[in-house]
Structures are given as structure tokens and as C-alpha cells.
Write a protein that binds this ligand. Structure first.
Ligand SMILES: C[S@@+](CC[C@H](N)C(=O)[O-])C[C@H]1O[C@@H](n2cnc3c(N)ncnc32)[C@H](O)[C@@H]1O
Length: 253
């Protein structure tokens, strides 16, 4: 039976690739890379470097799957995302069928952890439900950007009994939740989290390019450094921003 592995490879630093991921990498025949165009070529390069660094025998190959265009201006955001996921799923299905032999092992290398703001698991579930190509699949967890962010700031993500609300810059732009203990903001290319630096009770802990030599860490009431003023469309994954906004210490724990 074909197997497809969704391998979390950590959020930037090769040292964040776990031993479980390394073991999985070494079983793979075909790595599927999503080709997001020139802007994200560096994302593909990072994945290739991870393979070079951690795989002992070079019997594997790469297959690039083109990224279908996405309508980011659509009024119905959910509908547009759904349509894009469907087109993406069709391309994944074709690639798995064409490139993996009956007992072949394929893999998608997922940035950070595959369970956090990543569509790969949903696409694979969709393919399993369609049943056109038969395969087993496994998810290998990775160290997420959230864990790296709080570790680099030497913070706990929450204190005793507190909740953690994980959201996106797009949703945060509509306003802070009425009640919160800790908020983590992902996909914040528009720097929405920094709009709230003046809000009562909030303390921002912010990071970009975490785990890379370009890492930027800021806390307090920061404003984005000029070199991070990138187009929101390119800010999604490699030119990332990620923030946690717990209130100042309330001595709970
Ligand atoms: C599509 S989500 C993928 C998240 C990923 N699955 C994870 O576990 O971190 C991309 C967002 O994750 C955050 N992110 C990922 N890698 C990052 C890094 N090295 N530094 C800062 N933020 C990062 C940013 O908020 C970025 O917009």
C-alpha cells in the first residue's frame, strides 16, 4: 500500500527537526514540494536542505506540485479558501497517483507543526474521502513557531489556569476578544497585533524569522522594523510575524 507522510520539520532552525522526523525522512521515496512561484523559492530551498542534511542515502527524489492561484480579495473568504483547497487537492491526487508506486512512500514537509494553520491534513483527508487513490497516511508532529516564539522570549505560553486563544492577523484586525488571558497571532503580515500595543493590559511578545539567522524578537510596544514591511501576500510563511499577547504578570503562577 502506498504511504503518505506529513512531516513537521520545525519552524526555521534545522535543529528543531525531531528525531522522529529524521527517521521518517529516511523512509521516503518522493518528496512533494509545493511550488509557490519565485517569491517562495526559498521555502523549497529550505526543504531541500533539510533532506540533504538528514537523509543518509540519496535514493529519494523531489516532485514539485504547482500552487493553484488563490483569490485573496474574494468577498466570501471561506468560499474562496474552500475552492482553492479543492483545486489543490486535485493536484495532490494526480501527483500521488502518478509518482508513487504501489508500495511507495511519499511525503509533504510541513513547516512547523502540521496541525497548526496548515491545510495539508485537510487536503489528505479530502483525498482519503474521495478514495480515487488509495494510500495510508501518518502525521509526524513538529516544533511550531508558537513554541519557538515563547521559548525565545523565555515565557510560559500561559500561567496557572489561564486560557490561550490562537488566531490570525485577519481575525484580530476585527478587534480583541472581549475577554482573554493570552492571544497568539499567526499569519499577521499586516501587523494587526501591533495595533493593540496601546490596549490596556496587553504586553506584546513578537517574533519574525524565528529560528533563522535573521530572527527578530521584540516585546513591549514595538513597531515593525522597516525591513519587515513586506507585501502581505509574501508575508504568510517565510517572512512571518507571530505574536503572543499575555497581560503583564498578574502573579498567578
Ligand atoms: C501557514 S502558518 C504555518 C504555521 C506552522 N504550521 C507552525 O506550526 O508554526 C504560517 C504562520 O506561522 C508563523 N510562523 C511560521 N514560521 C515562523 C517563523 N520562523 N517565525 C515567525 N513566525 C513564523 C507566522 O505567523 C506565519 O504567518
Amino acid at each position: 500500500m502506498r504511504r503518505v507522510l506529513l512531516i513537521g520539520v520545525g519552524a526555521g532552525d534545522p535543529e528543531l527537526v525531531t528525531q522522529q522526523a529524521v527517521r521518517a525522512l529516511n523512509t521516503v521515496d518522493v518528496f512533494f514540494l509545493i511550488d509557490k512561484g519565485e517569491v517562495k523559492d526559498d521555502l523549497i530551498a529550505v526543504r531541500r536542505r533539510i533532506c540533504e542534511q538528514f537523509i543518509d542515502s540519496p535514493g529519494y527524489r523531489f516532485v514539485e506540485i504547482p500552487e493553484p492561484p488563490r483569490d485573496r480579495d474574494a468577498a466570501a473568504y471561506e468560499g474562496a479558501v474552500q475552492d482553492w483547497l479543492d483545486r489543490r487537492a486535485a493536484l495532490f491526487e494526480r501527483a500521488i497517483a502518478a509518482e508513487l508506486g504501489p508500495d511507495g512512500v511519499g511525503a509533504f514537509l510541513v513547516w512547523g507543526d502540521p496541525t497548526l494553520y496548515d491545510g495539508t491534513i485537510r487536503i489528505i483527508d479530502k483525498l482519503q474521502a474521495r478514495g480515487v487513490v488509495e494510500f495510508e497516511h501518518e502525521v509526524i508532529p513538529g516544533i511550531s513557531s508558537v513554541q519557538v516564539l515563547v521559548a525565545r522570549h523565555r515565557l510560559p505560553l500561559n500561567r496557572i489556569g489561564e486560557s490561550i486563544h490562537i488566531t490570525t492577523g485577519r481575525r484580530l484586525a476585527a478587534g480583541l476578544p472581549e475577554e482573554f488571558d493570552n492571544i497568539v497571532v499567526m499569519l499577521d503580515g499586516g501587523f494587526a497585533a501591533l495595533e493593540f500595543t496601546g490596549a490596556d493590559r496587553t504586553q506584546i511578545y513578537w517574533g519574525a524569522y524565528l529560528g533563522t539567522s535573521d530572527e527578530v524578537l521584540m516585546s513591549g510596544r514595538p513597531s515593525p522594523p522597516a525591513r519587515l514591511n513586506c507585501e502581505p501576500s509574501t508575508a504568510g510563511s517565510w517572512t512571518p510575524t507571530c505574536s503572543a499577547a499575555p497581560p503583564p504578570s498578574t502573579q498567578k503562577g
